[in-house]
Design a protein around this ligand. Structure first.
Ligand code: 2AM
Ligand code: CA
Length: 272
């Protein structure tokens, strides 16, 4: 049997090209009015642009790699995601609420997993022209600049970010108390509204850490690879490894205070 080698360079080039083109398309669409719909509620939006951008990305990938699987937030791809050696995980617009209200602070997120392992992560911020990307074993970059977390940070010095959804489940796990306790321990807390971008900022050292109780695979698929390649640590909030195609909690941070943050989170969950 002939074993085909994974064409990592071609896949990387395609991921970068798709992210840039998708971002440019989103900027172009901001020049005209577009439709905004409620998905499940007034705080859960989807626009015609999310759908158009996802469709563009899916078609572009499948033209070059027809046998690859795609898991996209807007499900314009109805293909089975379980039976592919190579799975692309994409969010055409991560931070749709920001896209609608602010026209900045959103991103295109594209990740490629091969045999279950994250090999390429790309998070593109079109409003600032910032491309965050990483190849497994090859490092993380912001445009052409290498990203490395070399600074030593203590929990009390950390600028942390979180995405919290103030819903019934959040109430049940006591999210208000958990966030309050965390905020009291660190230098500052931020809530930017695009998980993919927040993870990219951890890799770039603009934030020291990011915590979320629950994210979708397209929210963290690419950012997680970028943080790891910048020498950061990413796990679930219990400390166990992240899955790649399922929902999960996420904690990502500079490695020098990972244990401190993990112990703090564990303690605040035990109190609850
Ligand atoms: P989205 O814009 O693609 O929906 C802050 O809102 C961040 O969390 C964004 O990355 C957003 O992605 C994501 N998000 C929004 N609602 C979510 C939910 N119910 N579960 C997980 N992630 C969500
Ligand atoms: Ca989205």
């Amino acid at each position: 049997m002939q074993v085909q080698e994974f064409p990592i360079d071609a896949v990387k080039q395609l991921a970068l090209r798709c992210a840039r083109a998708a971002g440019e398309l989103s900027l172009e669409r901001l020049k005209q009015p577009f439709s905004v719909e409620y998905k499940t509620s007034a705080s859960d939006l989807v626009t015609a642009v999310d759908k158009e951008v996802e469709q563009y990305v899916v078609e572009t990938i499948l033209k070059q790699f027809p046998d690859h699987g795609i898991l996209g937030e807007e499900s314009t791809s109805q293909r089975d995601t379980t039976n592919h050696e190579t799975l692309w995980i994409i969010d055409p617009i991560d931070g749709t609420t920001n896209f609608v209200h602010q026209q900045i602070n959103y991103s295109v997120s594209i990740a490629v997993y091969h045999q279950g392992e994250g090999v390429i992560g790309v998070v593109y911020d079109p409003s600032r022209g910032e491309m965050f990307w990483a190849v497994k074993g090859g490092g993380a970059f912001l445009n052409h600049r290498r990203l490395r977390l070399t600074r030593s940070v203590k929990l009390e010095e950390a600028l942390l970010c979180t995405s919290v959804f103030w819903n019934k489940r959040a109430e049940q796990i006591g999210i208000d108390q958990i966030v309050k306790q965390l905020a009291g321990k660190v230098r500052g807390m931020r809530l930017l509204g695009s998980a993919a971008l927040e993870l990219a900022y951890v890799a770039a050292g603009r934030l020291d850490g990011y915590v979320s109780m629950s994210l979708h695979p397209w929210d963290f698929g690419a950012g997680r690879i970028i943080v790891e390649e910048a020498d950061g640590v990413v796990t679930q909030i219990s400390g166990v490894p992240l899955p790649y195609a399922e929902n999960s909690s996420v904690m990502a941070c500079n490695p020098t205070f990972y244990d401190e943050l993990l112990n703090h989170l564990k303690a605040s969950f035990e109190q609850d």
